[in-house]
Write a protein that binds this ligand. Sequence first.
Ligand SMILES: Nc1ncnc2c1ncn2[C@@H]1O[C@H](COP(=O)(O)OP(=O)(O)OP(=O)(O)O)[C@@H](O)[C@H]1O
Ligand SMILES: [Mg+2]
Length: 299
Amino acid sequence: MDSEKTILHAKNLHKSYGNVNAIQGIDFAIDQSGVVAILGQNGAGKTTLIQCALGLEKTTSGELKTLGHLPGNLSAKQQIGVILQDADLPDLLTAREQIILFASYYPNPFSVEEVIELCNLRDFVDKRYKKLSGGQKRRVQFALAVIGDPKLIFLDEPTTGLDIEARRNLWQVIRGFAAKGKTIVLTTHYLEEADALADRIIVMNSGKIVADATPEDIHNQVRGSAVRCQTQLTEAQLRALTGVESVKIAGRFSELRCSDVNAALTALLASDPVITDLTVTQPKLEDIFTQLSQTGEAS
Ligand SMILES: Nc1ncnc2c1ncn2[C@@H]1O[C@H](COP(=O)(O)OP(=O)(O)OP(=O)(O)O)[C@@H](O)[C@H]1O
Ligand SMILES: [Mg+2]
């Protein structure tokens, strides 16, 4: 294996806490810059994976390497930044003071001013941490994760609890770092977040990887999107369209369950260019996990 290129590799990785099998034999390789989102419900094993990669928890068996090294290796650690799920920081220090402190841990950090700029902290950088809002605190934590100019950044649920504006602000900052050639591994409960940010989505369920693909491919694997519209087409004509699984007529509206929503919409618009009141609904996240878990176990 070319260790220069290895960013994060797992091979038949297992981690148990007593009789809880938090990670049950997972394999993946991340060798590129960009954003990888790990999506999974509570208890799926996302945090455990990050803790193992950081060397904070010992793996039970299998292989795990970060930047070509075993977890916890000092030279790897100096190239890794992190926001832990339950991160908290000293209340009485200002954001600037914490950034200066963290910068001293790394051999080649960004300048403090540069990070304040990159992470949009200017408005509150000299306030004590305890006076900041949840979104501001998360941005400070992000600044601490990146101050060392790391190659690899782990963000464990970086936007949980943030409002949509704060979330979008942080997404923008995360994208900026991916554009600088960094690899960002983030966990999330939000499919929307994975869609908006990730080049690749790994879906975990009960300690296993049940899907590992681009956001587009993940959506294509998931069935159950629905299209609703008013159309002149008959029920039989609608049912014959590519990508349509079933059709229900509800008053003036036709409701189409789709196996491939993109193909169905293309076929629908080609057959009836004057459809009105068109809406598309995506399957719920719970349905996605259930479906991917079933197909993941079957494959
Ligand atoms: N320190 C620990 N001791 C014992 N069991 C643990 C410990 N940490 C995690 N677990 C168990 O391991 C499993 C995976 O937990 P983990 O925290 O990795 O899930 P997660 O995907 O991060 O969930 P969440 O979305 O809730 O953060 C769970 O069953 C959890 O109870
Ligand atoms: Mg977690």
